[in-house]
Ligand binder design. Structure first.
Ligand code: ING
Length: 304
């Protein structure tokens, strides 16, 4: 497939996945969104974080056998064979997130699959939010620090026919460093998925700002790094826990060019033009001309 600088991209938002939903039923929903993307001649489709199951870090799971059912020891190619077939036939690149066990080590992972049908990129979540110990006072847990290990692949970028792509996952999107590390490698499009509860038990005063904060961090980053951001939510009322929607596609100008209208399965589509990255990167955020890294040493000090 020849390189494209202009193409149609989509955030494939998923509505709630209830604890009793099988992975097969979820993959069937993902396939429906992928078929819709195909009818709209979409080249890049981004699915949410941990998109095969309910957001299980909300539970304190003590039975190791039960916890293990949420993880995949390898990319579930057989489970997603119809999707991979469509990706191959239609020259689409997809990304999706899943819980990975790599030789027993658990990661919150996302991958790219391209028309070769191969995994052409992998990222493991670095900013793990939440807590490790069970906190009974919470209305629901957020045990990502218990169930996952910090990612060990850095913030890689991947040269594809759709430009230089990079991934992050959920809480990573709130940290400006995530995008700058990717931008310094020439990343043009950041794809990410998220599961974000509306209620944040430690700061309920901010609950009404969740949707605003969601877009704020990505819009600022897209602009300050001259990158497209494609963000796909797992949304809606999932086992009595409300997850925000707001899936969107953000241009290097920092503008939201497409946004989800619902908190259900929804394909959010927009035209991407990689040349818009240059307009920012060669002018206001020309790193070589204007950036002063010798002044930023504090940014990478481990302990202040
Ligand atoms: N979820 C949340 C996120 O960063 C969170 C955690 C929720 C942080 C609300 C701050 C406020 O969007 C995941 N999975 O990281």
């Amino acid at each position: 497939m020849k390189n494209k600088s202009k193409y149609t991209a989509a955030a494939a938002q998923l509505g709630p996945i209830d604890p009793g939903d099988t992975k097969e039923s979820v993959v069937a929903r993902m396939l429906d969104l992928l078929i819709e993307a195909k009818t709209k001649e979409t080249a890049l489709v981004v699915f949410p974080e941990l998109c095969l199951t309910t957001f299980f870090p909300r539970y304190y799971i003590t039975d190791p056998a039960n916890l293990d059912t949420y993880y995949e020891s390898e990319v579930p190619i057989s489970l997603m064979s119809d999707m991979f077939e469509l990706v191959r036939k239609e020259q689409i690149i997809i990304s999706f997130g899943y819980a990975e066990k790599d030789n027993g080590i658990p990661f919150n992972t996302s991958v790219y699959v391209d028309s070769s049908g191969n995994i052409i990129g992998k990222y493991r979540k670095i900013h793990l939010p939440g807590h490790y110990e069970y906190e009974p006072e919470r209305p629901f847990q957020h045990l990502e620090k218990r169930y996952f290990t910090k990612g060990n692949l850095g913030f890689p970028t991947f040269d594809t026919t759709l430009g230089r792509l990079g991934m992050c996952i959920c809480n990573d999107r709130r940290w400006p460093e995530t995008y700058r590390v990717l931008a310094l490698q020439g990343c043009e499009v950041v794809t990410l998925g998220y599961n974000t509860p509306k209620h944040y038990p430690l700061a309920p005063e901010h609950d009404h700002l969740q949707e605003f904060h969601n877009h704020l961090c990505m819009q600022a980053a897209a602009y300050a790094n001259g990158m497209w951001v494609i963000a796909s939510a797992k949304a809606g009322l999932e086992d009595d826990c409300e997850l925000i929607g707001g899936s969107c596609i953000i241009s290097p100008r920092g503008e939201i060019v497409a946004e989800a209208k619902t908190t259900m399965d929804e394909l959010v589509v927009a035209q991407v033009d990689l040349n818009e990255c240059k307009l920012i990167r060669e002018n206001i955020f020309n790193f070589n001309l204007h950036r002063q890294p010798e002044e930023y040493k504090l940014l990478t000090k481990i302990k202040l």
